[in-house]
Design a protein around this ligand. Structure first.
Ligand code: PLP
Length: 387
């Protein structure tokens, strides 16, 4: 028999992909499945971006690019961040990678090893906890509570710092809750971190452009005092409906740029060139498609939150960002996993159990509203019939 490395037993996964596989299997058997499980926009990549990718291929961009990304793309990222957040970013600190996930993996590998601790949001994106465990570091959850709009408490985060803490991961707007952390909490966190100069911060801002009802996005780039240890993660997947292109970027502190570039060279050499040219067109071209998508998500948000709150035993707070609703289903008497399975098997509605996002998601279910308003209404009606 093959003898695999012990580290593999510590590597978790993203259950949304398993739900997707099961939903696809049921659909292949002829069931009509409404997928509210998947975390990707249900829109096509805007046409001018697709055209730029095709043109890059026709123009002969078939080879390697620099490992950290095309200089012209890194300059466009820096200009975009300046435009959106008012922050000065040196293109040399920008590293382009295949999606949002590699930045997470590389940041955790860079700071995590046995004997160290890394904090991460719980409930939160499952890959954080998975890769922390894989690195051998101890995962320390930052508990997110419904009554705080699923924002972290800076006091709690700071209170958990020990001399073994190497990295703190935060995510706003958040997956799976849609929670947006207010400026005061971020101010407090940054102020408190001044006493812990050895602690790095990974701010996952992949949903930075998906905000509703007047919520503002506070980028950690706006705090010059922590730029020497901030890793800012963002990317094209959600904003430009480009999940399958595999394109993301991060801004790294000076001290980490060479390390992450070496990780890129060891891992993937560079991101495929055509995707990088498409990403360039996304940043430098018209932004109407982004505005239209966000407006569409906003009206669906209102529909799904109201419909969920009308279900017996279900209570749903209004998410400020991303495209997820995260209702509390304790009153239905079902566990999160039971609800996920019954809704899929009996109603043909795919959702993801809150426990897929950490132990603290026990009483919750994630609904992605990256689906049409008509399908959302139909899905909630079917669930209502079960309840
Ligand atoms: N960060 C968060 C919070 C996410 O929800 C996701 C995707 O679901 C990612 C990062 C990763 O995105 P990508 O598909 O670009 O790797």
């Amino acid at each position: 028999d093959l003898i695999f490395a012990d580290s593999l037993s510590r590597l978790g996964t993203e259950s949304a992909f398993m739900v997707l596989a099961r939903a696809s299997k049921l659909a292949a058997e002829g069931r009509e499945i409404i997928n509210l499980g998947i975390g990707q926009p249900d829109f096509q990549t805007p046409e001018h971006i697709v055209e730029a990718g095709i043109k890059a291929l026709r123009d002969g961009h078939h080879g390697y690019t620099p490992a950290n990304g095309l200089p012209v793309l890194r300059e466009a990222v820096a200009a975009d961040l300046h435009h959106r957040h008012g922050a000065e970013v040196n293109p040399d600190n920008v590293v382009v990678v295949p999606g949002g996930k590699p930045t997470m993996f590389f940041a955790v590998l860079m700071f995590g090893q046995p004997g160290t601790e890394i904090m991460y949001p719980n409930p939160g994106f499952p890959i954080y906890e998975s890769v922390i465990k894989y690195s051998g570091a101890t995962p320390v959850p930052i508990r997110l509570r419904e009554e705080n709009g699923f924002a972290f408490s800076a006091e709690e985060v700071l209170g958990q710092i020990t001399d073994r803490t190497r990295l703190i991961i935060i995510n706003s707007p958040a997956n799976p809750t849609g929670g947006v952390t207010p400026r005061e909490e971020i101010d407090k966190l940054v102020a408190g971190l001044m006493e812990h100069p050895q602690v790095a911060l990974l701010s996952d801002e992949i949903y930075s452009q998906m905000l509703y009802h007047g919520q503002e996005h506070v980028s950690l780039l706006q705090y010059p005092e922590i730029r020497d240890r901030l890793i800012l993660l963002d990317g094209w997947s959600k904003t430009y409906a480009m999940t399958g292109w595999r394109l993301g970027f991060a801004v790294w502190p000076d001290a980490a740029v060479d390390h992450v570039t070496r990780l890129c060279i060891n891992d993937h050499s560079c991101v495929n060139a055509a995707a990088q040219y498409a990403g360039l067109a996304a940043l430098t071209g018209p932004q109407d498609a982004v505005r239209d998508m966000v407006a569409e998500f906003d009206s669906r948000r209102a529909v799904i939150v109201a419909a969920l709150n009308d279900l017996p035993g279900v209570r749903c707070s209004d998410p400020g960002g991303a495209f997820y609703a995260f209702p509390n289903i304790e009153g239905t008497g079902m566990s999160a996993m039971e609800a996920q399975n019954r809704f899929l098997d009996e109603a043909g509605v795919a959702t993801v159990a809150g426990t897929s996002f950490g132990a603290m998601g026990e009483d919750y279910l994630r609904f992605s509203y990256a689906n049409s308003e008509a399908n959302i209404r139909k899905a909630i009606d079917r669930i209502g019939a079960i309840l």
